[in-house]
Design a protein around this ligand. Structure first.
Ligand code: UDX
Length: 427
């Protein structure tokens, strides 16, 4: 099939590259010319596991092209809208990029196409998009909603092996076109209305965020009651009705999806006069988890004035260079404001981290060893697998004090190795 993907961020680039890999002819469109230039020269604007080889091979084979020219949507049977919906100051998503793209499509499209909303948007946005398009387009068209469930770091795998594909549309023709596109994935396809598809996306992310806050609530109780959060969440999650995944306690969820989607969904609930207090509590607990971690450090170390703290990990999770709303930001800012000198290392996100305002007074080092060297305490803020290879004999030459925000290590082994090891929800 011939497909256009508008927006080449995490979602759009994955969609474009993976659809090309399935044999479709794909054009990726973005108004950011430096991004398009990078892609056309084989460079990735983001780090995403397994993405580069797919992009390069499909470009070579002529199935994948990138351009800034919106007119290139002509010729495509399907047009995916994958532009950002960043939060506004009131927590509601800013839909101006979606609106602009709908207007642009309306201005240039010359033939029937299925126009698909892939960005995460409040319920009934597709209806509103339809109005914009109907006012502009002289041709017939259909609108569909096909939410993404891609995790950064595993986006390519998530595309090829989805638990389900949600296709929301009120047009049997659009439904058939999208079902054909996704047929090679052999995944269950849920055929629903536009509104249900929009709610499935917000509902999934809000539920996952709720599971994490539930685990974090338990972590605090476990610390006081002398239980082990890992064991408790496993015991709860082994009930198939609940499930073990997304039940890890830590320093709180971050990234560009969960925090913003939760805020947006709270607004959706409130706009419809539905009580949103359940999800507000999820957010409140998450927002205070970083502070809880800092308090733990202060309760062990006392004053942090002129203490050197080595930090391992800055990205909001392992496997990505993304720093957006990473819990490391409030944690490091607070440690720094309490007088600590921070020496931080992350395997992938250093460039993005250096651009963060709150980090302008911290020191960035280029290896795990340099972060550890001479520190009074070590804080682990992202669960990068390579941190497991830490040379603990070397760590001990500097400090025996470790604060692990991601529960990476076995507590008994760490203690018998002589470390004063403090993790989350484990006594
Ligand atoms: C998320 C959704 O999973 C994906 O379906 C959606 O489309 C985009 O948003 P992503 O933001 O890439 O994906 O990250 P995810 O792997 O879901 O993790 C989000 C945050 O939750 C991270 O900060 C992670 O560290 C944290 N997390 C995750 C926990 O604290 N505990 C867990 O058990 C799982």
């Amino acid at each position: 099939m011939k497909v256009a993907v508008i927006g080449t961020g995490y979602v759009g680039l994955t969609q474009a590259a993976c659809l090309a890999e399935l044999g479709n002819e794909v054009i990726g469109i973005d108004n950011n010319s430096s991004k398009i230039q990078m892609l056309n020269s084989g460079e990735m604007p983001i780090y995403e596991n397994g993405m580069k080889p797919i992009v390069i091979s499909n470009m070579k084979e002529g199935r994948l092209k990138f351009t800034t020219d919106i007119n290139e949507i002509n010729g495509s049977q399907i047009i995916f809208i994958c532009v950002g919906t960043p939060p506004g100051s009131d927590g509601k998503p800013n839909l101006s990029y979606v609106e602009n793209v709908a207007n642009q499509i309306g201005n240039v499209l010359k033939h029937y196409a299925v126009i698909v909303e892939k960005s995460t948007v409040p319920v009934r946005t597709a209806d509103w998009m339809k109005l914009i398009l109907r006012n502009k387009l002289k041709t017939d068209f259909d609108v569909a909603v096909n939410p993404e469930f891609l995790r950064e770091g595993t986006a390519v795998d998530d595309f090829f092996y989805p638990d389900r594909i949600v296709v929301g549309t009120d047009s049997p023709k659009a439904d058939a076109v999208l079902s054909e596109l996704y047929k090679p994935l052999n995944a269950p396809i849920l055929h629903v209305s536009l509104e249900s598809a929009e709610l499935i996306k917000h509902g999934s992310n809000a539920f996952l965020a709720m599971k994490i806050s539930y685990a974090n609530m338990f972590s605090r109780l476990c610390e006081k009651a002398g239980a082990d959060v890992e064991t408790v969440m496993k015991g709860i999650g082994l009930d198939k009705r609940i499930g073990e995944s997304f039940f890890r306690a830590g320093i709180g969820y971050g990234g560009f999806c969960f925090p913003k989607d939760l805020d947006a969904f709270v607004s959706v609930l409130e706009d419809h006069n539905v009580d949103a207090s359940l999800l507000k509590a999820v957010k409140k607990l998450n927002d205070s988890q970083a502070e809880h971690f800092v308090n733990k450090i202060v309760s062990v170390m006392g004053s942090l004035k002129d203490k050197r703290i080595g930090v391992l990990g800055l990205a909001f999770k392992a496997g990505t260079d993304d720093m957006r709303l990473a819990p490391s930001i409030p944690i490091i800012s607070k440690l720094h404001s309490l007088g600590a000198n921070i020496y931080a290392y992350d395997p992938k996100s250093m460039d993005n981290a250096k651009a963060i305002d709150e980090f302008k007074n911290i020191n960035f080092v280029s290896s795990m060893c340099q972060a550890v060297e001479g520190c009074d305490a070590l804080a682990i803020l992202t669960e990068w697998p390579e941190f497991r290879d830490l040379d603990f004999n070397k760590v001990k030459e500097s400090t025996n004090l470790i604060f692990d925000g991601r529960n990476m290590f076995n507590i008994n082994r760490m203690r018998s190795a002589g470390f004063s090891y403090h993790s989350i929800g484990r006594k």
